[in-house]
Design a protein around this ligand. Sequence first.
Ligand code: 9UX
Length: 184
Amino acid sequence: MAELAEQEDRNGPAEVQLDIAGMTCASCVHHVEKALEKVPGVDGADVNLALEKARVTFDPAVVGTTDFVRAVSQAGYQVRMDSVSFAVEGLEEAPVRDRAERALKAVSGVIRVKSNAAKGTLSVETARGVTERGVLLAALQGAGLSATLNSDDGAVDARLQEAHQAKVRLAVSIFFTLPLWAAM
Ligand code: 9UX
């Protein structure tokens, strides 16, 4: 699924579906589409307000998910993320850390990788629905590292969810205030 979501085929266009938070009206859809289409290497963006999804077609030799996350955030919206953490053997050694971080950053949908040398853990933020944990684990193992999946970390997710809900509440309250206002 993750491999299909963002193909690493360097010879043709790729497509990725992102989870977008913060869109409350039809114009938001337009803003997000424009923001994505402005990014060099993007062929097209198709945003659905109800599903809160953006489907982006792009040239994987030129751009990737990290660029889309930045563009969406600069436009005032958020790409929903997932956070996952791994325990990696030998992570207290700098060369192991470098190797692990490089291996993970090469995986489609990976936005941020943070090592905790003292704890021997790596935390990875990925665009939601784009990268499967198994693929990340395989990337670490493929780089010759011994890694295991840690328990989930939902902190990032919760933060985004909160921001989104606050914006929806604001829009709803403005909407219900309008008739009162008109009456006055
Ligand atoms: Mo979106 Mo609509 O940021 O009035 S709420 S354009």
